[in-house]
Design a protein around this ligand. Structure first.
Ligand code: BDR
Ligand code: CA
Length: 357
């Protein structure tokens, strides 16, 4: 004989339905909280050429509670890629950073571009302010080239990874060439580079990171992914004073002391350009990821001049302007930072660098 069904009273049924909805709502609430928490955290691959201001940016990413640093990829720029990779390993070891390091190639996107010398007068012969970085650092490097590491890591975390690129755009462009579809899986691309409404710093037209590989930068700006460019328009307003650096050395533990030692050389270079301290270019790009409200952005397609006297210049076609047909047509609208709350950005950077110190 089949089981006998007991009929429930309408009151009991209503209570059960209400309980069930409550249960669903609490699961949904938990899921929303978990999702919000997940969205607040930023999984970051840091593409870098350390580099003194790169070192500061790396410590910022390591210490910021909303950043999950899942990879460091190296590129040439402030020094050769051999040196910048050695420096990334050195900082990883000194600061106890878990993220793996993958080394970039040693050629520009267009391999026929003539080599421009390394800026040893800005970052020192060793790229880290001549602090006697050991010749070699006994830590493993990821076996993949940087651009392959970037593709694989993004594909392993679709929609979650933010790429912060603060050196030449070579690795990003190589990744796009090797796997164009991976762009759609990147959460956000934030670049330190370029100069829109101000002069460049390596020529009157061009900023160093873009000038060092303009073809790569043009590919990155034209790709179908959301790019924000944090360029000289905002970074040159963000000057960390010597007093702030001394405070980081005092309150930031051994890591803060090392950062201050590395920075001395850069501060000396900046004596010709700012009254007190140094411009913290690369940290601005990292600050944008966690506090975009500190920046004013302008939207529009961005192209990079490749060749001629304006080689490496970044030019945006603002979305709110109409022009006759031009090489900016049909490209994605990207964001260029045109203003910054420098005082609050510096406070955010300073407060983060001393966390856990
Ligand atoms: C950029 O060039 C490099 O010297 C710095 O590290 C920064 O990324 C500034 O133009
Ligand atoms: Ca850099």
């Amino acid at each position: 004989m089949g089981k006998t069904m007991r009929h429930k009273s309408p009151g009991t049924l209503r209570r059960e339905v209400i309980d069930f909805h409550g249960h669903l709502a609490s699961i949904a609430g938990r899921q929303t909280q978990e999702q919000e928490k997940k969205n607040e955290m930023h999984k970051v691959i840091f593409d870098t050429d350390p580099g003194i201001d790169d070192a500061m940016a790396l410590l910022f990413l390591h210490r910021h509670p909303a950043i999950d640093l899942i990879g460091i990829t190296t590129v040439f720029g402030n020094a050769s890629v051999e040196t910048t990779t050695r420096n990334a390993l050195f900082l990883k070891r000194e600061w106890g950073i878990d993220a793996p390091v993958a080394k970039g190639l040693d050629k520009t996107f267009n391999p026929d571009r003539p080599h421009v010398g390394w800026p040893t007068f800005i970052h020192g012969d060793d790229g880290l302010g001549n602090i006697d970085v050991p010749e070699t650092v006994d830590l493993p490097v990821d076996p993949r080239p940087a651009h392959r590491f970037i593709i694989d890591t993004v594909r392993a975390h679709p929609g979650e990874v933010t790429l912060i690129a603060v050196g030449r755009m070579t690795n990003l462009a190589l990744a796009l060439r090797e796997d164009p579809d991976f762009a759609a899986l990147v959460r956000e691309v934030v670049i330190m580079g370029g100069a829109f409404d101000v002069n460049g710093n390596i020529t009157p037209a061009a900023e160093a990171n873009i000038h060092g590989d303009p073809e790569a930068a043009d590919v990155v700006m034209a790709a179908q992914w959301p790019v924000t460019v944090v360029g000289l328009d905002v970074t040159t307003k963000t000057v960390m004073t010597k007093a702030m650096i001394a405070d980081i050395a005092e309150r930031g533990g051994e890591a803060g002391k090392l950062l201050a030692d590395i920075s001395k050389f850069y501060v000396t270079f900046y004596e010709q350009h700012v009254p007190d301290g140094m411009v913290v270019h690369d940290s601005c790009a990292c600050a944008y990821v966690v506090a975009p409200e500190l920046f004013t952005v302008r939207s529009g397609a961005i192209r990079v001049v490749c060749g001629g006297i304006a080689d490496g210049q970044t030019i945006q076609s603002p979305d709110n302007r109409l022009f006759p047909p031009s090489p900016w047509d049909d490209l994605p609208s990207q964001k260029a930072c045109i203003d910054i709350d420098a005082a609050r950005t510096l406070k955010l950077i300073g407060d983060t660098l001393v966390l856990g110190g």
